[in-house]
Design a binder for this molecule. Structure first.
Ligand code: ADP
Length: 419
């Protein structure tokens, strides 16, 4: 006995039963019946040839006809629909076929239905993945757009602020010059130095904003020059030791093997990055605490560490703080003092430090057991700088060639002679 004639025998009953059981509205039924007839025809072909892939196209069409909105609402899958079709097939077989015919038909139809279930699940999962990744792409696009407009805003605001700031500085200087000479007015002097301090801080903020927008737009132009690591650390110390003293903190710099190495860096930029990290250590450490700067040389790199006994940083914030405006805590806590305890700032310092260090081909990260203002677990910032013995650009390479050759010769001379 063959399955094809058995299938033909129940075709009309099957179509009527399935379409009446699954569809209520007359309007929809006509097109559904058309689909069912196509499905049944392909099922017959699959049974006759033993190749279930005859049904691939219609199953894919059904899965894909589910709209985007259905996917968003997690609309029911085709799986239960196919299940119902299979159950209704059993009913029709029971009513219109003999036991032998039923067995024969089931034997050939069941493996094909199993294939259909697998195909539908596979296709639907694929569609869901596509849908989710499309949505992710959209979110990424809008985040990128938001970041771009944030960066545009910083750049425009910084440049717009610069002009009135220069005006204020100019007029303050003129006022000072026009003070009657000989008669020092202490009150006026105090007012003018107040304006000076304010404009200087504003200048620093505006410059930070310009730096951030240069980093964002990859416009940071590094000017490589030779510098001893030791000298870089000493410069940072002399710049910040007074602030640390004001806060009754100890600022310790440990020499380390390799700290006398001469490396090529943008000295000004690297100093700016290190100063940002160390002034944060002062700012986020209570009075009386300590800040230790140490380091080590690794193959191809020098690692500088800045450890403090401050309030620490929670694990989930340890990446956020390097983003622009990645300041934590209360946004109201702004202060004009750069090193006042928990003084807060615009949240640009670490983002600039990261931009500068990464532009050198280095890296910066932080380690801290967590944030705790009572027990002060502290934080350690790690700064990895490539140990460049030559400037990377041709122009300065020509300029510093003899110097770097000298340095190389010296370090070769210093090596013990092997026999
Ligand atoms: P800000 O201008 O707020 O200091 P930064 O970019 O320099 O901006 O730092 C971002 C945030 O990282 C700070 O607001 C602070 O919450 C946190 N932070 C930075 N350095 C330390 C530190 N040494 N200890 C604890 N928290 C720190």
């Amino acid at each position: 006995m063959h399955s094809t004639p058995i299938m033909r025998k129940i075709r009309e009953h099957w179509l009527a039963r399935v379409s009446h059981s699954l569809v209520r509205g007359e309007g929809v039924r006509a097109s559904f019946e058309e689909q069912l007839a196509r499905f049944y025809e392909l099922l017959e072909q699959a049974v006759a040839s033993g190749d279930p892939s005859w049904l691939d196209q219609i199953l894919d069409d059904w899965a894909e006809s589910r709209t985007e909105t259905e996917l968003e609402r997690e609309a029911t899958s085709l799986y239960p629909l196919l299940n119902q079709i299979l159950l209704l097939t059993f009913d029709v077989q029971r009513e219109y076929l003999s036991a032998d015919e039923s067995m024969e038909l089931l034997g050939s139809v069941l493996p094909i239905y199993t294939y259909c279930f697998e195909r539908i699940v596979h296709r639907e999962t694929q569609l869901q993945i596509n849908h989710v990744s499309n949505e992710l792409e959209k979110v990424r696009d809008s985040l990128e757009r938001l970041d771009r407009s944030k960066s545009d805003f910083i750049s425009v605001a910084a440049h717009e602020l610069k002009t009135p700031l220069t005006l204020i500085e100019g007029y303050t200087a003129m006022l000072r010059e026009n003070l009657p000479s000989g008669k020092a007015d202490p009150k006026m002097g105090l007012l003018l130095s107040g304006i000076d301090k304010g404009t200087q801080r504003l200048h620093e903020i505006v410059n930070d904003m310009i730096d951030v927008s240069m980093i964002d737009n990859q416009l940071l132009d590094l000017n490589f020059q030779p510098m001893w690591i030791k000298q870089l650390l000493a410069l940072t110390e002399s710049d910040l030791v007074e602030s640390a003293l004001e806060r009754k903190q100890t600022l310790i710099i440990h020499d380390f093997p390799g700290s006398e190495e001469l490396i090529f860096i943008d000295t000004e930029r690297m100093f700016q990055a290190l100063r940002n990290v160390v002034s944060n250590a002062i700012k986020y450490t209570p009075d009386g605490g300590s800040i230790v700067i140490a380091g080590r040389t690794l193959p191809g790199f020098v690692e500088i560490t800045v450890s403090d006994t401050g309030i620490g940083i929670d694990l989930e914030d340890q990446l956020v703080i390097f983003e622009k405006f990645g300041r934590l805590g209360d946004a109201q806590l702004h202060s004009s003092g750069k090193t006042k305890f928990k003084g807060g700032g615009p949240g640009l310092g670490l983002s600039i430090a990261r931009g500068v260090i990464e532009a050198h081909g280095g890296a910066i990260w932080v380690e801290s057991p967590g944030y705790d203002e009572i027990n002060c677990p502290g934080s350690t910032f790690h700064i990895l700088i490539p140990l460049r013995k030559e400037p990377p650009d041709d122009k300065s390479a020509v300029l510093f060639r003899s110097l770097s050759e000298n340095v190389q010769r010296k370090s070769l001379d210093a090596q013990p002679i092997k026999d």
